[in-house]
Design a protein around this ligand. Structure first.
Ligand code: NAD
Ligand code: 022
Ligand code: ZN
Ligand code: ZN
Length: 370
């Protein structure tokens, strides 16, 4: 079939909206009509394939929601008409990782996904001249229709609005999951969140959901304060306005350090600050931000010897097929909020404007509706 898609032709160039060819689903695959897709960071794109040169041409997009239109041979868990959210972290429920209780990093399709191809080693997308186009993070939601492995789709309830729950495909689940699944934060805890963007705001509401007593937000941009308060932030700190040492300031503010701290900036200096303002003896610091390729983190080992833990999380530690439908329920039941974070709605033709808004810090989440 033919479908309209935004194609990345070269690194650093705007996406080009064009008609492309899409082959039908093969064994274990599903054809999905994407109804809405969120514009999330793709800065890691050039290294997401473990290939420093990047993967081109490719169809980006890893945050979306849509409807199953065709299932390939052997597909048992989904049928035509089901509503789904694509998963950049699959859940096969049978690999060594899925069977281990401490991780969500299913490895079943990881290697081929990183190369931009389906599990059989080929792509379903091509240019009208026949040139193959690669998939991206196993999702390629910047296409009106896309093909994914069955294990990379979470089936969700049919009354959930696509233009809101698409955000659960990355930002919402990553932020809330970091608190609930990775930190397993307890009622009455104190938390510090660095970076109040599309991820950090969801960490704030995750802490609120967990029943935290104190929720400190840290951002260089004072404009982030108002929205952050809406999502549960109790104290705001702008590092540029703190006199003296930021760690000392945060330790003082949290009465000796926080139980849980989160980096949602991707800045390695911030990651150090986040670790060092975790409480001596038991504080845990969780890295969510994806740092630039080759970056390294540093601290004095004494920080860890004295009982702080440095951890990290991918997709909030969520097991997609199991947890994403539950998060959709939390939204539909009013336990979490999404609507105020969808700050912009765009057509696919204007997708590059969505990236401009994100890079300028003007949007929390821009959503494209097909
Ligand atoms: P964003 O650009 O919307 O927000 C980042 C925020 O950090 C901005 O508000 C910015 O003002 C603030 N900031 C930047 N430098 C700062 C500093 N030195 N001190 C304090 N605040 C600072 O980004 P986002 O969409 O929220 O994503 C945040 C990070 O999370 C990115 O690195 C992204 O790649 C990563 N991410 C990770 C996962 C995962 O599974 N681990 C999933 C999604 C996104
Ligand atoms: C989501 N991300 C950034 C913005 N929005 C993001 C980027 C990378 C990861 C998670 C979220 C991530 C963390 C750890 C891994 N990845 C590796 C997981 C593993 O090796 O099992 C990651 C993921 C997918 C891909 C690359 C890196 C990919 O599909 N190419 C989950
Ligand atoms: Zn994302
Ligand atoms: Zn698995």
């Amino acid at each position: 079939m033919r479908t309209k898609a935004a194609v990345a032709l070269e690194a650093g160039k705007p996406l080009e909206v064009m008609e492309v060819n899409l082959e039908g689903p093969k064994e274990g695959e599903v054809l999905v009509e994407i109804k809405a897709t969120g514009i999330c960071h793709t800065d890691e794109f050039t290294r997401s394939g473990d290939d420093p040169e990047g993967l081109f041409p490719a169809i980006l997009g890893h945050e979306g929601a849509g409807v199953v239109v065709e299932v390939g041979p052997g597909v048992k868990s989904l049928e035509v008409g089901d509503h789904v959210i694509p998963l950049y972290t699959a859940e096969c429920r049978e690999c060594e990782y899925c069977l281990h209780p401490k991780t969500n990093l299913c490895q079943k399709v990881r290697a081929t996904q990183g190369k931009g191809v389906m599990p059989d080693g080929t792509s379903r997308f091509s240019m009208l001249d026949g040139t193959p186009i690669l998939h991206y993070m196993g999702c390629s939601t910047f296409s009106n229709y896309t093909v994914l492995p069955e294990i990379s789709l979470a089936k969700i309830r049919k009354d959930a609005p696509f233009d809101k729950v698409c955000y659960i495909g990355c930002g919402v689940t990553t932020g809330i999951g970091a608190v609930i699944y990775t930190a397993k934060a307890e009622i009455g805890c104190r938390g510090v969140v660095f970076g109040l963007g599309g991820i950090g705001l969801n960490v704030l509401q995750g802490l609120r959901l967990a029943g935290a007593d104190q929720i400190v937000g840290v951002d260089l941009n004072n404009d982030k304060k108002e929205m952050a308060e809406r999502f549960g932030m109790t104290h705001f700190v702008n590092p540029a306005e703190v006199e003296g040492d930021l760690v000392a300031h945060l330790v003082e503010l949290t009465g000796g350090g926080a139980d849980y701290t989160f980096d949602a900036t991707g800045n390695v200096g911030v990651m150090r600050t986040a670790l060092e303002c975790a409480h001596k003896g038991w504080g845990e610091s969780i890295i969510i931000g994806v740092a630039p390729a080759g970056a390294e983190i540093a601290t004095r080992p004494f920080q860890l010897v004295t009982g702080r833990s440095w951890r990290g999380t991918a997709f909030g530690g969520a097991r997609g097929r199991t947890d994403v439908p539950k998060i959709v329920d939390w939204y539909m039941d009013g336990k979490i909020e999404i609507d105020p974070m969808i700050t912009h709605k765009l057509k696919l033709e204007d997708i590059n404007k969505g990236f401009d808004l994100m890079h300028a810090g003007e949007s929390i989440r821009a959503v494209v509706e097909y």
